[in-house]
Design a protein around this ligand. Structure first.
Ligand code: C2E
Ligand code: CA
Ligand code: CA
Ligand code: CA
Length: 274
């Protein structure tokens, strides 16, 4: 027992070491990646169920690493947040997305994910204003997507949100229902949209509890006069369910996958309205 205990400890110890080293290496590589332009954006279409036309695109950051290949955002956003690089990365994402949106001939909107850490310094409104001005993008074509944990950074979060609202930028509550959910956030701040996380969408057809939560968020949206966006739609059945319940906006592989060139219309299967 003693031996296996020591063995376990050594095993734990060495994996701990390597994970610290991995993190430090990854931090340095994110910094380097920013300098070497290894990050790029993909855009996933968002469709209105009213007429099944596209209304905009969500920008999703990607990292093409020279040795690691494509690193998914879940593997570097958290580290960038912890080591203080998210302000730099997030600033780059905002400037890139604004410049790209200006070049789109269809004039549709762009939605950008903003980390709670970007709310810990008060200069976010300046960062966003200069991204808009430098690109020459009208503020009403930009939305930012924030999560519920943004409210944990303190009172300045609301002040920053109000400053962004004053700029004319749209504010979307992202991943609704998964985080530090509090209905008071929806009461105290008028969001333009609320996004239902895909963890509720993916099994709502077969799991009554997920369906009940989706239904409740939709009726909350109707009551508050806030558009609800459902993300992660992968099947015609999920789309039909949401359309029947007047979910106004949808996003997911069934509508279109994230890609570097913007989709001009939803996938053809979606176009064939019932
Ligand atoms: P999110 O904001 O919830 O973004 C939606 C995620 O769902 C994206 O994953 C998207 O590719 C994926 N997705 C979209 N439709 C479907 C579908 O039909 N089925 C399935 N299974 N997945 C779908 P992705 O691109 O890997 O991004 C993961 C997360 O990383 C995002 O979740 C967001 O929280 C974060 N993220 C991405 N880009 C940025 C960024 O520029 N800044 C910040 N702060 N976070 C970002
Ligand atoms: Ca999002
Ligand atoms: Ca998210
Ligand atoms: Ca989500």
């Amino acid at each position: 027992a003693k031996q296996s205990g020591r063995g376990n400890f050594r095993e734990y110890d060495s994996s701990f070491d390597s994970s610290i080293q991995d993190r430090i290496r990854l931090e340095r590589e994110i910094q380097l990646g920013l300098e070497r332009n290894e990050f790029f954006l993909e855009y996933q279409p968002i469709m209105s169920t009213h007429d099944r036309t596209l209304v905009g695109y969500e920008a999703l950051v990607r990292w093409q690493h020279p040795e690691r290949g494509r690193v998914p955002p879940d593997q570097f956003i958290g580290i960038a947040e912890e080591c203080g690089l998210i302000a730099q990365l997030g600033g780059w994402v905002l400037r890139r997305a604004c410049r790209d949106a200006v070049s789109w001939k269809n004039g549709l909107n762009v939605s950008v994910n903003v980390s709670p850490i970007q709310f810990t310094t008060s200069d976010l409104p300046d960062v966003i204003k200069s991204a808009l001005d430098d690109a020459g993008l009208e503020p009403n074509r930009l939305s930012i997507e924030i999560t519920e944990s943004t409210f944990l950074v303190g009172k300045q979060a609301i002040q920053i949100l109000k400053a962004l609202r004053a700029l004319g930028v749209g504010i979307v509550m992202d991943d609704f229902g998964t985080g530090y959910s509090s209905l008071s956030h929806l009461r105290d701040f008028q969001f333009d949209k609320v996004k239902i996380d895909r963890s509720f969408i993916w099994d709502m057809i077969n799991r009554p509890h997920s369906a009940a939560i989706v239904d409740a968020i939709l009726s909350l949206g109707h009551g508050l006069g806030v558009d609800i966006v459902a993300e992660g739609i992968e099947t015609a059945e999920q789309l039909a369910y949401l359309e029947q319940r007047s979910c106004s906006l949808v996003q997911g592989y069934f509508i279109g996958r994230p890609s570097q060139t913007i989709a001009e219309r939803p996938r053809t299967e979606v176009m064939e309205a019932p």
